[in-house]
Design a protein around this ligand. Structure first.
Ligand SMILES: [Zn+2]
Length: 370
């Protein structure tokens, strides 16, 4: 049995003086594998990742580990307690309105100087020394004047500091009502074959404030900068956002499937000795981010969502019925909404009542197989 250690890291304090803390679990391997960081529940309602971390810990404590693995459930101690009535909110900071997953910082600015100072450094040294700079720069921001960081930034940077220690970063989210899908940087496309996730969204290596991007962008830029001086190195870190399914739901049996999917990927990355985890033989559909289509409600009303998530929709197929009862005597009360192209339905809005312009669905279009 491996030893699991627990630490509580303070990421802020609230008005009555109580500390905001996150639980950090660590399991150490024999040092010959990658360093792995997995966090869950940055968005308050997206709770299933906590169950996946539970199922991961249950298995990791019995495996022969090469990798050092750090797991952080309840990554956002404000978000998961942000309730309104019986529902959890927690997608946006309630004070500033900023998305909790857009407050990480891009350290790609460290790249140019590092490459200039270390043009011929061996790859293992590059990995170690650049990683150290990322950690130190993040720590310096946390140690800086207290009046420089917002509540959300302090939480994000505390998590980012932990993530920068790792070669592999997984940020566990869910959609609103959603099929499983994976946000995968284009350079790491081949790794998507090892997750049991049938829908893969390929994202460019740009930075928009999310954890996955904060984790891989500096490494992607480092690879590009070495290439520019005529030296080929791999991108030394992989980071993914794993969208597990729907929000406001814990399903322990499904969490075990998702844990096995993650273990299959980690096994491919040499995290274990003699482990049996293999990807399932499924078709994986790929969509580029620019073809990930948001479909906004063409009218307000009460919605029956008729497209099943993961379903392959044909152009002209009805995807929703919108009920308008104030029109019952005068006009058409029931309106069929159709899609004008072939697509895969990935997620839909969580509520049945929508305003005109609400994001009703998101679809993979121009789909290919991996
Ligand atoms: Zn999320």
């Amino acid at each position: 049995m491996n030893t699991i250690t627990q630490q509580h890291i303070q990421v802020g304090e609230i008005a009555n003086g109580l500390p905001l803390t996150i639980p950090v679990y660590r399991i150490k391997g024999d040092g010959s594998g990658p360093k792995v960081y997995i966090q869950a529940n940055m968005h308050g309602a997206e709770v299933q990742g906590n169950a996946v971390i539970y199922q991961l810990l249950e298995q990791l404590k019995q495996l022969s580990l090469k990798a050092d693995i750090t797991l952080v459930p309840y990554a956002n101690p404000i978000g998961c307690n942000q309730k309104s009535g019986e529902f959890t909110l927690g997608r946006f900071d309630p004070i500033t309105g900023t998305n909790w997953n857009r407050m990480y910082i891009n350290h790609s600015g460290l790249v140019a100087e590092f490459v200039e100072q270390n043009p011929t450094l061996p790859i293992t040294e590059i990995a170690q020394q650049f990683r150290q700079r990322l950690v130190e720069r993040t720590q310096a921001l946390l140690d800086g004047p207290l009046d420089r960081l917002t509540t959300g930034k302090r939480i994000a940077l505390s998590l980012q500091r932990l993530a920068h220690e790792a070669d592999i970063v997984l940020d566990l989210h869910t959609g609103p009502i959603s099929a499983k899908h994976l946000y995968c940087p284009e350079y790491a496309k081949d790794s998507a074959r090892y997750f049991d996730i049938p829908h893969v969204l390929l994202i460019p290596s740009d930075f928009d404030g999310a954890m996955d991007e904060a984790s891989f962008c500096p490494w992607w830029n480092l690879q590009q900068a070495y290439q520019a001086i005529g030296r080929e190195i791999p991108v030394l870190t992989e980071a993914f956002t794993v969208e597990l399914g729907s929000q406001e739901k814990i399903d322990l049996a499904e969490a075990l499937n998702d844990a096995n999917s993650i273990l299959s990927y980690l096994n491919h990355k040499q995290a274990f000795q003699d482990a049996h985890f293999m990807p399932r033989d499924i078709t994986r559909y790929v969509c580029r981010l620019e073809n990930y289509r948001a479909f906004y409600a063409p009218m307000g009303g009460m919605v029956e969502y008729t497209a099943k998530l993961g379903e392959h929709i044909k152009a002209g197929q009805t995807i929703a019925k919108i009920l308008r009862m104030e029109r019952y005597l005068s006009e058409t009360p029931l309106n069929e909404i159709k899609l004008d192209e072939d697509a895969i339905a990935i997620l839909h809005f969580a509520s049945a009542s929508v305003n005109q312009g609400t994001e009703l669905y998101k679809f993979f279009t121009q789909v290919e197989t991996l």
